[in-house]
Design a protein around this ligand. Structure first.
Ligand code: ACO
Length: 333
């Protein structure tokens, strides 16, 4: 069923969804000893959304996809592949299948992809390979996380950072030029201990010869200063490499769209690249760090408000646990 081998990739629609309930910094100050002033001055975050009631990863991801399909004018039944970038699935066996069913995307193969806060960029590059090889024509890529499930709400060094949300894009094969202009991806497992949502279990004998280890995942732990240093060094580097592969200069970038980890990181990366503040997309104040969702969520906001226009060049970069980091340079539509 290969068709259009060597086809270009076009991003033809986007959508997002966030939980209804917002928790602002003053509200958080009633959970841990902190203040709006401390959080806002160090991170840029004023509030974040927290999934409650029936809201879950599947429901947020499904709504984001429906909005993206509607913008793209694409029928769910025509989607070939659904990639769900997440670290917080409803089911460890994968949640993409539940999204496929909820959408009625009966033709699509669906699976989860885990690369923490780099998940959306890693997913974008993965999706592009299926399109360029001619295997698939239409791909739904979702970045979604419900980190509130795994946040240690007693740890003020981390719980102030995270929020829940979902974003999605529709990617299609096009004969009219490849809009994914360049990319670069990296991993360094030697630093994996600086940001974790790790399984911890206890061994117990099952038979005379066998033990089994059972337990659960433990709340997020992070060495904040190490992550900060990693991000401000590696992210500018990886964007420069992706720009080199795209054969364009930094002055041709219309928008810097980074994983929304922390306003200080966004500003430091922009400064190192010489990108002015008005080109740096940030919704840190309203959503905090939504992990794999942060890039498509911000993209959707900037597209729907008319700030990102067709033909604009976007330098996007994800970075986070693994450690993983990567950049993708693409044009909107
Ligand atoms: N409110 C008030 N005080 C606090 C809080 C808080 N929420 N958190 C920490 N403090 C206190 C600490 O107790 C400490 O006090 P002490 O010196 O008396 O012990 C002091 O503030 C400094 O604590 P640090 O942990 O050293 O805080 P730091 O200045 O490093 O700031 C922060 C923390 C904002 C997380 C910073 O390290 C950072 O920006 N790191 C980047 C990490 C990041 O953005 N991660 C996002 C998730 S990962 C990802 O998406 C890639």
């Amino acid at each position: 069923m290969l068709h259009d081998v060597g086809a270009g990739v076009a991003v033809v629609g986007c959508g997002s969804a966030v939980p209804a309930v917002a928790l602002d910094n003053d509200g958080l100050s009633r959970v841990v000893e902190t203040s709006d002033e401390w959080i806002a001055s160090r991170t840029g975050i004023r509030e974040r959304r927290i999934a409650s009631g029936d809201e879950c990863l599947r429901s947020l991801a499904t709504t984001a996809c429906q909005n993206a399909l509607e913008m793209a004018g694409v029928d769910a039944a025509d989607v070939d592949l659904i990639l769900l970038a997440t670290s917080t699935p409803d089911d460890l066996f994968g949640t993409a299948g539940q999204v496929q069913f909820a959408l009625g995307a009966t033709k699509a193969v669906a699976f989860d992809l885990t690369a923490a806060c780099s998940g959306f960029v890693f997913g974008l590059v993965t999706a592009a390979q299926f399109i360029r090889t001619g295997a698939y024509r239409t791909v739904l890529l979702i970045g979604a996380d419900v980190l509130s499930r795994w946040t240690d709400w007693g740890d003020r060094r981390t719980c102030i950072l995270f929020g829940d949300g979902a974003g999605a894009v529709v990617l299609q094969a096009t004969a009219e030029g490849d809009r994914l202009l360049g990319f670069e991806l990296h991993s360094d497992g030697s630093l994996s201990g600086s940001l974790n949502l790790a399984f911890a279990g206890q061994a117990r004998p099952l038979t005379d010869e066998t033990t089994v280890t059972q337990g659960t995942f433990q709340p997020i732990t992070m060495n904040g200063q190490e992550i900060y240093r990693f991000a401000v060094k590696r992210v500018p580097e990886v964007i420069e490499k992706a720009l080199f592969r795209a054969d364009i200069g930094v002055e041709q970038v219309d928008w810097l769209l980074l994983h929304q980890a922390n306003q200080r990181i966004l500003d430091a990366v922009g400064d190192r690249l010489g990108i002015p503040r008005d080109k740096i997309i940030s919704n840190m104040a309203t959503y905090g760090n939504t992990s794999a969702a942060s890039i498509p969520l911000a993209l959707d906001q900037w597209v729907r408000s008319g700030q990102i226009k067709p033909g604009d060049t976007i330098a996007s970069a994800g970075f986070g646990a693994g450690l993983t980091w990567g950049a993708a340079i693409f044009q909107w539509k």
